[in-house]
Design a protein around this ligand. Structure first.
Ligand code: SF4
Length: 478
C-alpha cells in the first residue's frame, strides 16, 4: 500500500548515441520512485537540450520530444517532492548557466541544512528560481573559487548536510556523487562502452546494461571522454546510514540496491515476521503490490496458503472525481476491491509493509469486514513508524504518525482488527547484510544528523501558482 510517500529517481548515461531514449526508458522503469514530474537534459558536447514537465514519464515525453533531445550524454529525474511543492520551476534536472557554462543537477534525497544556507545566500543577494533544497547545490558550485569542476563540486558537497545521491551534467561530463552516510542508493552500470548511473538496477535490466557497483559514500565519479575517474569529496562516515525503507517499500523487488537483491531481503522480512508473530488462520493475503513479496515470505514460513484477496486497480490516476455521496471511502475503494468469494467466512492474515497515519488501513479493514471475513489479523513487515524522516522520504510530521501517539493495542482497536503485530527492529535488521550500516531513525528516533527546527516541505514557498500544485498530488493518505 502507499503507506509512505515515494522519493525521487535519478538516471544518467554517457557515451551513447541514443542517450535520450536510454534515459527515457531508465526513467520509465524508475517511475515508482516519483510520479509528480519528469525531466531529461542532454548534451552533444556543444549544446544542451532540455525537456521537463509535470506528470508521468509517459505523459511528459513522446517520440518527437525524445528525437529533439540530441546528444551522447543525458541525465534524467522523476520527482516526488520532499522540499518544494509540485510546480514547474521545481521539476528536475535543474539546469542553470554559471561561470563554468551550463550545469544540470538531478537530486535524490533531502538536505538538512538547506534553510540556513539559503537564508544566508539570500541575505547576500542571491536570487533563487525554485523552492527546492537542491538549488543551493548549484549556487554553491557557482560561488566556488576552485578552478577545476571536480573541485568546485567537492567543495559544494562539503558544505551541504543530509541525504544526496546526485547526478550532474555539463556540456562534456557526467558526474555522480553520494553523501558520506550513503542514505540513498546510486548504482553504476555499463552498456557496451557507455556508462550508466541509476537509482536502482531495475533500469539496467530494461536497457540491457550490466550492474557494476554502487557509487560509494563520499565518492565523486566523473565520466568524460577519458572514461571514469573516481575521486573523493570526503571519507565515508565510520557509521553508514543506508535507508532500510528501500528494502521495506521504495525499491522494486527486481532491483539490487546497496549491493543486495530487494526481493531476497523483502521475503526475509516476511519470514522473520512469521517467526516473531505466527497466526492461526486459513490463508495469507497481501495489500498489493508493495507488500506482495513480504506476504509471500510470511506464507512460506507459516506454511499457510497465499491467496489473492484484494485486487488492485492499476489504472488509478493521481486524481479522480469523487461522487458527493459521503462515507463511501472512495479513495480506497477505487484502488482496491476485495474478492468476496475468497474472503467470506475465512480467518485471514493481511500482510502490509508499514502503517503511517492508519486512516487508509482502517478503511481497508472495514472493506474486508464487509466482504464477510471471519477474522482479520494484521501483520506489518516493519516496526512502528514513530518519527519523521529528514533524509528524503515524505513522511508526515511526528504528531500525524499514529504510532507516535498510540500503543500497538490502541492502534489495533482503532483499525478494528482481531490482532496486530509489527516486525521488531532487531528482526528487521537481521534481514540485511551489515545491519550496522543501516538507518532506522524513523523507528528509533536516533537521528544521525539533526535538523534545526521542524519545517514543512513548503518551507521556501510564498507564492501560489494557479493551476499547479495540490491537485496534481492526489495520492491517498495512509
Ligand atoms: S529515517 Fe527511515 S525512511 Fe528516512 S532514511 Fe532513515 S530509515 Fe529511511
Amino acid at each position: 500500500m502507499s503507506s509512505v510517500k515515494e522519493e525521487c529517481a535519478v538516471f544518467g548515461v554517457y557515451g551513447h548515441e541514443e542517450a535520450a531514449q536510454i534515459t527515457y526508458l531508465g526513467l520509465y522503469s524508475l517511475q515508482h520512485r516519483g510520479q509528480e514530474s519528469s525531466g531529461i537534459v542532454t548534451s552533444d558536447g556543444k549544446r544542451v537540450y532540455e525537456h521537463k514537465d509535470l506528470g508521468l514519464v509517459s505523459k511528459v515525453f513522446n517520440e518527437r520530444i525524445i528525437k529533439h533531445l540530441s546528444g551522447h550524454m543525458a541525465i534524467g529525474h522523476n520527482r516526488y517532492s520532499t522540499t518544494g511543492l509540485t510546480r514547474l520551476e521545481n521539476v528536475q534536472p535543474f539546469l542553470v548557466n554559471c561561470k563554468i557554462g551550463k550545469i544540470a543537477v538531478a537530486h535524490n534525497g533531502n538536505l538538512v541544512n538547506a534553510v540556513e544556507i539559503r537564508n544566508a545566500m539570500e541575505n547576500e543577494g542571491s536570487i533563487f528560481r525554485s523552492t527546492m533544497d537542491s538549488e543551493i547545490i548549484v549556487h554553491l558550485i557557482a560561488r566556488s573559487k576552485e578552478k577545476r569542476l571536480e573541485d568546485m563540486i567537492a567543495e559544494a558537497l562539503n558544505s551541504i548536510k543530509g541525504a544526496f545521491s546526485l547526478v550532474f551534467m555539463t556540456k562534456s561530463k557526467i558526474i555522480a556523487a553520494r553523501d558520506t552516510r550513503g542514505f540513498r542508493p546510486l548504482c553504476i552500470g555499463k552498456l557496451g562502452d557507455s556508462w550508466i548511473f541509476s537509482s536502482e538496477s531495475c533500469a539496467f535490466d530494461l536497457i540491457g546494461a550490466t550492474y557494476i557497483r554502487e557509487v560509494e559514500p563520499g565518492e565523486v565519479c566523473v565520466i568524460d571522454e577519458n572514461g571514469l575517474e573516481s575521486i573523493r569529496f570526503a571519507e565515508p562516515e565510520e557509521r553508514l546510514h543506508k535507508c532500510i525503507f528501500e528494502f521495506i517499500y521504495f525499491s522494486r523487488p527486481d532491483s539490487k540496491v546497496f549491493g543486495e537483491n530487494v526481493d531476497k531481503v523483502r521475503r526475509e522480512l516476511g519470514r522473520r515476521l512469521a517467526d516473531e508473530s505466527p497466526t492461526e488462520a486459513d490463508f495469507v493475503i497481501s495489500v498489493p503490490d508493495s507488500s506482495n513479496t513480504i506476504a509471500l515470505g510470511y506464507a512460506e514460513r507459516s506454511k499457510l496458503p497465499f491467496e489473492l484477496g484484494l485486487i488492485r486497480n492499476h489504472y488509478v490516476g493521481r486524481t479522480f472525481i469523487q461522487p458527493r455521496q459521503k462515507n463511501r471511502d472512495w479513495d480506497v475503494r477505487i484502488k482496491f476491491n476485495p474478492v468476496r468469494g475468497v474472503l467470506k467466512g475465512k480467518r485471514i492474515v493481511v500482510v502490509d509493509d508499514s502503517i503511517v497515519r492508519g486512516s487508509t488501513m482502517k478503511k481497508l479493514v472495514t472493506m474486508l469486514r464487509q466482504a464477510g471475513t471471519a477474522e482479520v489479523h494484521l501483520r506489518i513487515g516493519s516496526p512502528p513508524i514513530e518519527h519523521s524522516c529528514y533524509y528524503g522520504i515524505d513522511t508526515p510530521t511526528q504528531g500525524e504518525l499514529i504510532a507516535s501517539t498510540h500503543s500497538v493495542q490502541k492502534i489495533q482497536e482503532f483499525l478494528g482488527v482481531d490482532s496486530l503485530r509489527y516486525l521488531s527492529i532487531e528482526g528487521l535488521l537481521a534481514c540485511v547484510s551489515d545491519p550496522e550500516t543501516f538507518c532506522v531513525s524513523c523507528f528509533s528516533g536516533a537521528y544521525p544528523i539533526t535538523r534545526h527546527g521542524e519545517y514543512e516541505k513548503d518551507v521556501f514557498e510564498d507564492t501560489k501558482v494557479c493551476g499547479e500544485g495540490p491537485e496534481v498530488k492526489g495520492e491517498m493518505e495512509s
